[in-house]
Design a protein around this ligand. Structure first.
Ligand code: FAD
Ligand code: PYC
Length: 418
């Protein structure tokens, strides 16, 4: 694998940037693989990477109907945090944050992970009580989170308006996770793709899965695709908003609904915004990308849909909220908006599990919040596929919890987007 280093960059720069190799191959599919992963988003690529690096399973294909990272991975607003309420979630999301902290080194690829802090604002008594409960629960689990007064919020994020006289919903304080922050979403997909490819994983783009074949015993035998049949001993479905459609191909119904979720960015400006701020109550969140754009987002559309765009009224509502919280941004122009399709479970927690079909595994239900979990999700899903048993961290995240009632209700922590 081509190594990146300061010296390598300098050498290429002096040589007119000749000689860079493609970061991954574009192979034709083989007749069969030990494992086929459906979906080359961050989670699917991370799964393939850890199958190869941790479990030594390299006869793996990742099949992608479009382009690598072109789903929600390349459409999200890159917020990383682990301030979820329940022990199970703290275990899962903080596992991911710990992997984020070493990911650029692990992949030899700069994923631009920036722990600039995620501040969740409280605007009413309910918010204050709920966030303080999160702060205490997180700290019991060894996850950093602290309560700030309104003035401390303003110190941490100077553009924030805390003048109660000018606001519908005054800022009463906020919960700050300093280890939270942002990362470069494309780089995460590219870094995992490059690492998996170098270990022999075939990443096959423009290859839609159109069917899942099962043998007489119910076990999977392979997938029908737009490039023909590909045999597989094991199949991992990591198709985000399309999960229900793909699982239906194996005859399985999922407890999921798919909604459009959108975001938008402003014109780029000089660095002004030092952290991530989220407001669940007035429905907006904001950060600034390293390119200088303000990255702004809101909630899902109210209705299920497979269209990768959201309703205009959601955008205008979000911008109302942003202008109220940060009056100085009233003069900004918005550059572009886009949407993704998010797969939402009834308890707003993911499913990372074996299924009733032998050899078929599913990783889904991340809804509006799976980017932050990418490394941890791939790591534990690879374990589940390789050993046919869950990793202790994902053991509670079964499909059966919706039958048995062991829900992990993270609606509040799933935050502004829900
Ligand atoms: P994806 O990246 O969507 O990958 C799934 C892939 O499967 C896609 O590339 C798709 O083309 C492919 N696929 C589907 N069907 C088939 C098929 N039949 N055959 C082959 N391939 C198929 N999360 C956060 O943690 N923080 C955030 O700030 C955040 N902001 C968001 C903002 C927006 C606007 C959106 C839309 C989402 C946001 N999320 C956020 C959620 C996050 O993006 C997702 O949970 C996460 O990226 C899911 O990753 P994935 O790899 O599972 O899915
Ligand atoms: O999960 O933090 C999150 C998030 C922010 C915006 C969308 N999802």
């Amino acid at each position: 694998m081509q190594k990146f280093s300061g010296l390598a960059l300098l050498k290429r720069a002096l040589g007119g940037h000749q000689g860079w190799q493609p970061q991954w191959r574009s192979p034709e599919p083989k007749a069969a693989y030990d494992v086929v992963i459906i979906g080359a988003g961050g989670h699917g690529l991370a799964t393939a990477y850890y199958l190869a690096t941790v479990h030594g399973i390299t006869n793996v294909a990742v099949l992608e109907k479009g382009w690598l990272g072109g789903g929600n991975t390349g459409r999200n607003t890159t917020i990383v945090r682990s301030n979820y309420l329940f022990d199970e979630s703290a275990g899962l999301y903080d596992h991911a944050v710990k992997l984020w902290e070493g990911l650029s080194q692990e992949l030899n690829y700069n994923v631009m992970f920036s722990q600039r802090g995620v501040l969740m604002l409280a605007h009413n008594i309910h918010d204050v009580q709920s966030f303080k409960r999160h702060v205490h629960a997180n700290r019991l689990n060894g996850v950093d989170n602290e309560w700030l007064t309104a003035e401390e919020c303003k110190d941490f994020c100077p553009p924030l308006n805390i003048d109660a006289a000018t606001m519908r919903y005054p800022v009463l304080g906020g919960a700050l996770q300093r280890r939270g922050g942002t990362a470069r979403h494309d780089a995460v997909a590219w870094g995992y793709a490059r690492g998996a490819d170098a270990r022999g994983v075939d990443i096959i783009q423009n290859c839609a899965v159109t069917g899942i074949r099962r043998g007489p015993d119910g076990a999977v035998t392979g997938v029908e695709t737009t490039k023909g049949f590909i045999g597989a001993k094991k199949i991992g479905v990591v198709a985000a908003g399309n999960t229900s459609v793909v699982m239906q191909m194996a005859g399985l119904r999922m407890p999921l609904e798919s909604y459009p979720l959108q975001a938008l960015v402003s014109e780029p400006i000089k660095p002004i915004f030092p952290c991530v701020v989220m407001s669940n109550t007035i429905h907006a969140y904001i950060s600034q990308s390293d390119k200088g754009e303000l990255v702004i987002g809101a909630g899902t559309d109210a209705y299920t849909s497979y269209s990768q765009r959201g309703g205009l009224h959601i955008t205008t509502h979000t911008l109302d909220a942003i202008c109220e919280l940060f009056p100085m941004f009233r003069r900004m122009r918005m550059l572009r908006n886009w949407g993704g399709i998010v797969d939402v479970t009834p308890d707003r927690s993911p499913i990372i599990a074996k299924t009733a079909a032998p050899g078929l595994y599913v990783n889904c239900g991340w809804g509006t919040g799976g980017f932050k979990a990418t490394p941890g999700s791939g790591h534990v899903f690879a374990h589940t596929i390789a050993t046919d048993a869950p990793h202790p961290i994902n053991a509670p995240f079964t499909i059966e919890r919706f039958r048995d009632g062991f829900l992990i209700d993270e609606a509040a922590a799933a935050a502004v987007a829900h």
